[in-house]
Design a protein around this ligand. Sequence first.
Ligand SMILES: Cc1ncc(C[n+]2csc(CCOP(=O)(O)OP(=O)(O)O)c2C)c(N)n1
Length: 529
Amino acid sequence: MTIADYFAKQFYIEGVRYVFGIPGGPSIPWMEAFRNAGIEFILTSGEASAGIMADVTSRITGVPGVCHATFGPGATNISTGVGGAFLDRSSVIVLTSEIDDMMAGRTTQMNIDHQKLFAPITKATFRLNRGNAGEVPGKAFKLCREEYPGPVHIGLPADIAGIETDALPEILPLDVSQAQNDLSGIIPLLERSRRPLIAAGLTAKRLAVQPLLLEFLETHKVPVVLTPMAKGLISENHPSYAGVLSHALSDYFGDLYEKTDLIIGIGYDPVEFNYESWIPDVPLIHFDTRVTDMPPDKNILQYSGRPEEWFKVLKNLNPGSLVFGQSLIKGIRDEMISVFEGFTGHFGPVAAMKILREELPYDTMVTADVGSHLHLAGQLWETGGKGNFIITNGWSGMGFGIPAALAALVAKPGSRALCITGDGGFLMSAGEIATARRYNLPVIVVVLSDGELNLIRLKQLWKELPAYGTSLYHGDLFGSDVFLGAKVLKADSSEAMLKAVITALSLNEPVIINAVIDPEDYKWLVVKR
Ligand SMILES: Cc1ncc(C[n+]2csc(CCOP(=O)(O)OP(=O)(O)O)c2C)c(N)n1
């Protein structure tokens, strides 16, 4: 068996069914080997999108996502998606072609050191050789899955694919080693607390703690705030749900922070929002799979382990805390809802999102890009407690939304996917509309076209500065009703938006809704930071 065939077989056994990327010449034997093993190569328009698609595939299927790029420029392009998998904690294997041993280190076209390039944005990086080919796949799959999950890079020297190997599959057990936890400080804090506040995060969402959390909230009616990537962990109508940290109107949580006497982080990964940026001066108990890098402080206690253990420890929480919060939360939720209701009389992002929410079924997989629209969607969008709101916040790279929605459709054929993006983010991944057409992926892309990089424009406004370097175009973004062969439905009013959404839902093909919005709403909603 050749090394490429061996890899393909291993990847198939691990559950991999797709490799996302753009090939170079040396990729060809690898693509053939994967094809023969039953793994499809999905061609993207840019390698960054391939990395994003691998990341989202992993989030949806639980099987590590795989992406591929060629030498130098292919590798640097894909590194954006790989960085996303790193800081959004997604198990990804990135394969790049590397120059063969003879030329490595020499001056030659497209050649840079991929091992150095990927070192800071992966959990590990390997360069394949005859000696390590047998063990690298097993090691890579094990490493990328372990907590926190993340990407692993494997460099494939250009001359290695066809080498014969008798390497055998190596299956390594997942690492379940855990830190020593000291409960002597944690339990008394839980017993004493009267007004705890739960902050649940990315790890909790990834490890699907919803049933455990909901069961816990039955007996302990504690208020819950979520990080942006944990959105959907509990329904927006749950009596404990206060809202999403750092997103629109999150300054309304002030009262909650003022009254709480204990913060309980549940699967809270500070990569999204450092505790220091928001928690009041009260003790913190951090439950996660890993110990986090907080400065030593007697008021910060950490427990690292599996979710079942977190909730076992949490049983020590004083049931007297039952009374806290419910009316306070209702007040916050009502206030937020009434602010959102107030944006009438013009066609802005709030109106556009409300129409989308009303028209799209709850099982729609929704992705958002990065910018003011994400701050709004994070708070306004109702997930109904379904985990299908897919964003990047650890990495926060614009251009995420479209490839993420395409990956969702590849992973779940026949389902519906909506991408909400700003016009700046759309321009970064616009080429992927061609990918959607190539693979018949009927994504609905809603571009909230305000002609500017609104989030940065807002930051200029807060500094009383003029718009500079933040205006995107003059006139209409598309200037046409077709973009790369996909229909563009223009909506510049609520009536037109409703019509466009109904039309988009009736089409079984990729479609763009160009929602020409007045961005004024954002000014009142995005929280100054
Ligand atoms: C790759 C990348 N470049 C730059 C940024 C910084 N950034 C964050 S939000 C934003 C503006 C986004 O504009 P747009 O996509 O139009 O969305 P809007 O804010 O208007 O909703 C920028 C430039 C980023 N997060 N990612």
